[in-house]
Write a protein that binds this ligand. Structure first.
Ligand SMILES: Nc1nc2c(ncn2[C@@H]2O[C@H](COP(=O)(O)OP(=O)(O)O)[C@@H](O)[C@H]2O)c(=O)[nH]1
Ligand SMILES: [Mg+2]
Length: 480
């Protein structure tokens, strides 16, 4: 009895203080962050008395606890506002467009008004507002966070470890030139700028090949830093430990070696640290989005890089149980959700495989140990659902398929996109001969074509898959 009163008291006190919730939406570039935030805002704004059926798994909506949701001015006035309207407009175009890719940081705040029966005083209705803060930013920059823990030599070493396969080929022109350089010689800024350009071109090519572990992130998405010396450096991946030792001891402050080192430190201490401190040091809850399907279209290396990229991200967030006091003084993430995005590319029978693939991706890195004691969940969603699930007849047998407007030729197609591997695919997976799909009798062994979004009416609700399950996990307990 005492315990339960204590618990309710705690809840009330918590609620009194806990009026805001900062949600970290994390994921590599093109994993679907902007689409996710746009849909999340849209789903919440669409809640009103007559429209509650689009989120059946979100209990606070189903039972009427949430009264209304609106967008309100954000707290940090120096950050641009998340351009929800533009993203929604894009979806309402003819033909509908995906949102523009993100080129900078933006923020949004939602006020969720709710009314619930008080647990202590049954006849009293408790009203409150939960403020939900969400930040959007380019995924490329997120991958810089691991640099915070690495000095120039450590970073170079890490880069040399991923220098293989497709990367080694693409890096050749840049690396050939770097090897010619006398690193202890006095720096020539023009030479350095040219080499940095070659390195940047190499990173762009990696990206085009589906590689996900692109560092430094601002080299491929510089924002206002385009052409700045802060972005003119590169790792030294060809040096032996002895060479490092002697260069560190002997290189003059105006040598190539010292200048590269300094620029790396500047980048890390100014750009990356600033980004981290402004946006990433305090969160209550986190979603980690991953597009596990697109890398399957590319190569084993692309897939493994996504795994490396994802696993690097965890290092920069604080996880731990939420206690009333440490919540105030050192915010920690107490709920974490791993989300496989774009699940409308596969048939519904493949969803369990996709979730299991996502789980493996994370757990193979051994990171799950760190998440012990915090609530963690795995799921698959489509934030903006572009296809419909249909049943087609193949040789007299009904099979599940998806139907949508294919982006590359704007044709309405029906296809069976194939089986999603439930585990990390082995080498042989990428060597399989193409299997035929029901549509057109072509495509490769694994083909996830992209689709145009479905047209959205003015004021309409974005079609989704399982966004309600995500909302229930992230926000549900705040309305109990
Ligand atoms: N079919 C489908 N495609 C999606 C979905 N979410 C994102 N995409 C695709 O992925 C691309 C990148 O999404 P975006 O949200 O911009 O990724 P971000 O870089 O993480 O912000 C979009 O342009 C769409 O083509 C989804 O729910 N369904
Ligand atoms: Mg984005």
């Amino acid at each position: 009895m005492f315990n339960s009163i204590q618990k309710e008291l705690n809840q009330l006190i918590n609620r009194g203080f806990d009026r805001t919730l900062r949600l970290a939406v994390t994921g590599l570039s093109r994993s679907g962050k902007t689409a996710f935030i746009t849909s999340l805002i849209n789903q919440l704004l669409s809640i009103n008395q007559s429209s509650r059926h689009h989120l059946p798994l979100f209990e606070a909506v189903r039972n009427g606890t949430i009264i209304s949701v609106k967008r309100v001015p954000q707290q940090d006035l120096s950050v641009p506002r998340f351009d929800y309207e533009a993203n929604l407009n894009a979806l309402s175009q003819q033909p509908p467009q995906w949102c523009q890719s993100t080129r900078g940081v933006s923020e949004t705040r939602l006020a969720i008004r709710f009314q619930r029966q008080s647990g202590l005083l049954r006849h009293v209705k408790e009203r409150g507002t939960l403020y939900l803060d969400i930040v959007d930013y380019p995924g490329e920059w997120l991958l810089d966070l691991p640099l915070l823990h690495l000095d120039f030599e450590q970073w170079s070493l890490e880069q040399s470890q991923i220098h293989q396969g497709i990367r080694a080929e693409l890096a050749q022109p840049w690396l050939d030139e770097v090897k010619k350089l006398d690193l202890s010689a006095v720096v020539n800024e023009d030479v350095l700028a040219k080499l940095a350009n070659l390195y940047t071109a190499y990173l762009h090519q990696c990206k085009a090949q589906g590689m996900q572990f692109i560092q430094p992130g601002r080299f491929v998405l510089p924002g206002e830093l385009e052409g700045a010396p802060a972005l003119q450096f590169f790792p030294l991946i060809h040096l032996t430990p002895t060479q490092w030792k002697s260069l560190k001891k002997e290189a003059k402050p105006n040598s190539y070696f010292a200048v590269l080192n300094n620029r790396y430190d500047y980048y890390r201490n100014k750009m990356v640290k600033g980004f981290y401190e402004n946006y990433f040091s305090t969160f209550d809850r986190q979603v980690i989005l991953a597009d596990c399907l697109t890398p399957l279209n590319h190569s084993r290396q692309a897939f493994l890089e996504m795994q490396t990229g994802l696993n690097q991200l965890f290092k920069n967030f604080h996880y731990g149980k939420r206690h009333f006091l440490n919540r105030l003084f050192s915010p920690r993430i107490d709920k974490l959700m791993f989300i496989a995005t774009k699940a409308d590319h596969i048939t519904s029978d493949q969803m369990p495989n996709l979730v299991s693939l996502m789980r493996q991706l994370v757990q193979e890195g051994g990171r799950y140990v760190e998440f012990e004691g915090i609530e963690t969940e795995y799921t698959a969603i489509a934030a903006i659902r572009a296809t419909k699930q249909v049943i087609v007849n193949q040789n007299g047998k009904p099979i599940k398929a998806i139907q949508g407007v294919r982006s590359k030729d704007k044709r309405l197609i029906t296809l069976y996109p194939g089986t999603v591997p439930s585990k990390l695919p082995s080498q042989t997976f990428w060597q399989q001969p193409p299997h035929l799909t029901e549509n057109e009798g072509k495509t490769s062994s694994f083909d996830f074509d992209s689709f145009d979004p479905q047209p959205l009416e003015q004021g309409g609700t974005i079609p989704h898959l399982r966004m309600d399950a995500v909302l229930q996990f992230l926000l549900g307990d705040r309305f109990d």
